[in-house]
Design a protein around this ligand. Structure first.
Ligand SMILES: [Zn+2]
Length: 376
């Protein structure tokens, strides 16, 4: 069962509130199956019409029969591609590339938004991807206007980053608490405002944390799609050490992140929704093939612009990747710096992936029986 970006058909016997019915071969069948997916309800557009969708205010009802026909638009949910994975895995570049698609807005690490909003929650020297402070940036001031105020933008940031305490470090996915409905409503409103301001149909969220992805999934408030981005631990370590991080802490939290991503992947795929594994190494070797596969996953047409990543108004991410002047996706050409002894030992102890494997074998096992190996 996959989400359809195009059509929403009602199954036989369902209330006749569905606003748009289209029959385009296999898409009609796919869309009918989507009705059972709580994260796919309410998205409607013609298969050939890529004009932006009007997003009315969110409604988190689970009972479609409650909704009278004149309020059917209130079922629409913001459409989001959530990137699972770990930091230093290439998500900044991937988001920047996808953001060049005319129907996609790249939000970056939106879970950190409150630290970017000038005011009590601001942490210097954070700025928008356009290098302006958020209260000067035309995009984010527009988003804030849609939400009510810049202060509201920061408050929304708090709402989408619930305090998780020790649960953040648990080797399992934290179950949502009573906060979930309010959190989901604020999150959906923020996504919707970012989509409307960008005139886009899909938002890319590269926050990566499995817990956030899990809560988004459980909320049912978002038309949610996932990809799982992986990178060889050796290169993650090299990048983290360059940024002054400890090798052992990096390797342990990387393994935890792999385990959590595998768990959410298993849960989502058990519900019939595919989670493509995307290898950073493969992305840099053949960006056209990998980006094309991701666009296919979210059912958007290919556009050449995605081969030229740009930061736009992204939140967070690696400064050098955003502003280093590279506008192509390619493997790094410079010589690899040797890892310090401690990092090499850490790698030997904690990396159970073979040479060239983009993901640990245990993570694949964790994702459940029948889980396909990463293909991209
Ligand atoms: Zn900006």
């Amino acid at each position: 069962m996959r989400c359809s970006a195009f059509v929403q058909l009602r199954p036989e016997g369902a209330p006749s509130f569905a606003p748009s019915i289209s029959h385009h071969g296999g898409q009609a069948t796919r869309a009918r199956r989507n009705f059972d997916n709580p994260n796919c309800r309410g998205y409607t557009a013609s298969p050939t019409d890529w004009s932006p969708i009007a997003h009315p205010r969110p409604r988190l009802t689970s009972s479609v029969s409650e909704v009278p026909p004149d309020q059917q638009g209130s079922l629409l949910k913001p459409r989001v591609l959530y990137v699972l994975g770990y930091g230093r895995s290439g998500s900044t570049m991937l988001g920047m590339a996808l953001g060049q698609h005319s129907h996609i807005v790249n939000l970056g690490e939106i879970s950190a938004l409150r630290r970017f909003v000038p005011g009590p929650t601001y942490r210097a020297p954070r700025a928008c991807g356009c290098l302006l402070q958020l209260d000067q940036c035309p995009y984010w001031t527009g988003v804030a206007r849609r939400l009510g105020s810049l202060e509201k933008l920061a408050r929304t940031g708090i709402a989408i980053s619930p305090t998780m305490g020790w649960r953040r470090y648990a080797p399992w996915l934290p179950e949502p608490s009573d906060e979930l409905p309010q959190w989901a409503e604020a999150t959906a409103a923020l996504y919707r405002a970012t989509l409307d301001e960008a005139n886009a149909a899909l938002a890319v969220d590269t926050s990566k944390g499995a817990a956030r992805g899990w809560w988004l999934w459980k909320s049912g408030a978002i038309d949610l799609h996932f990809i799982w981005l992986t990178r060889r631990l050796e290169d993650v370590l090299r990048s983290q050490i360059r940024h002054g991080q400890s090798a052992i802490k990096t390797a342990l939290s990387w393994r935890l992140a792999q385990r959590q991503a595998a768990q959410i992947t298993r849960q989502v795929e058990n519900a019939g929704v595919r989670v493509p594994r995307i290898s950073y190494e493969r992305l840099t070797e053949d960006p056209r093939a990998v980006l094309s596969r991701i666009l296919e996953h979210v059912e958007l047409p290919w556009q050449e612009d995605v081969l030229t990543p740009r930061p736009d108004h992204v939140i967070g991410g690696d400064h050098a990747v955003k502003h280093g002047g590279r506008h192509v996706i390619e493997p790094s050409s410079g010589p690899r710096s040797p890892l310090p002894l401690r990092a090499r030992l850490t790698l030997k102890l904690l990396d159970d992936s073979g040479p060239g494997e983009p993901i640990s074998r245990s993570s694949i096992r964790d994702a459940g029986p029948g889980t396909p190996p990463p293909t991209l």
